[in-house]
Write a protein that binds this ligand. Sequence first.
Ligand SMILES: C[S@@+](CC[C@H](N)C(=O)[O-])C[C@H]1O[C@@H](n2cnc3c(N)ncnc32)[C@H](O)[C@@H]1O
Length: 366
Amino acid sequence: MKRARATRAGDSGRRSMFPAAAATHPPLDHVPVLLDAVLAALAPRDGAVYVDGTFGAGGYAAALLAAAHCRVLGIDRDPDAVRRGAALAELHPGRLTLIEGRFGDMERLVGDIAPGPIAGITLDLGLSSMQLDSAERGFSFRLDGPLDMRMSAGVSAAGQNDAGSDARENAADLVARLSEEDLALLIRSLGEERFARRVARRIVAARQQSPIRRTGELAEIVRAAIPTREPGLDPATRTFQALRIAVNDELGEIDRGLAGAERLLEPGGRLAIVAFHSLEDARVKSFLRQRSGTVATSRHAPPAPAAPPPSFRLLGRRAIRPSEEEIARNPRARSARLRAAERIAAAPGFLGSGEPAGPVAPGAAR
Ligand SMILES: C[S@@+](CC[C@H](N)C(=O)[O-])C[C@H]1O[C@@H](n2cnc3c(N)ncnc32)[C@H](O)[C@@H]1O
């Protein structure tokens, strides 16, 4: 993975206060979700270093920078996000470093720049509004565009996909390559789509006529394959979700990111993760339960092998959900769940190699 146009400048020594005033952030195109709860979980303090592994529009990073005189390393695999973040870095000279890369590689990316202790790490999984609302990125079933879905393929100044930034297979190539059986498996496992077989059959029939290269074409094929309608849910939603997760190996990234965060955080350091769908959240929940020694066990189950000592303490037993007021203000927050934990002094656990904790879907790139 290409390392990034890091953006740094000298430190002005200025201190700003939370909530972020207009002067601490350029206008946001993405409304940060569960921002107050993320900030409360991270409890930023002066002089400490924080990692925002999903920088996006910089909403979390800006709030951290405003809340304490800390330093933030902002990672994003999307070159557009890194480019746009330069404006925020200029507002906080010397305190925000932007890194183009994947949070699954955070140990290496961060170690190169800030080898000292890391006081907090946050991940806000999924897509930004800018990615979702750009037809050219190919994530949206509402907007017609190239069937791309690579988070790391930015859009050039001419409005074309900047394919040169990533050799990863895009969604059109994945849809063209997989067998009907593997497509059905992928759509069922990563999209939780109960009509996955029908969808896969239609896709294969359609691609025999001509390659499927546009989001609009695929969305129509999927809609025609699904016999039922759920209020408020486009029938293409689950298939698009499945392809996006596979194209970007999002579940593998979560596993590697969690393992990296566990190794990077200092004792007392905080981890705050916002997930938007059940597959992501289940991954995070399972990791934190195992690493905090809070896995529920049945007295009828065979004795479990000795677990490593806990390396995290959960901050709250349940995930935090957005309030009705936040959802009314920002409907995209609807399905968000925040889980947070504090690193305690024990060696990192069993995910030391960054290996995924569960099955990997067919076609999921590594
Ligand atoms: C929901 S947005 C984050 C929004 C951000 N918290 C804010 O307040 O503006 C998710 C961002 O994470 C990035 N992203 C997703 N997966 C990533 C990964 N594995 N590594 C680095 N960035 C990733 C996406 O490109 C996107 O910009």
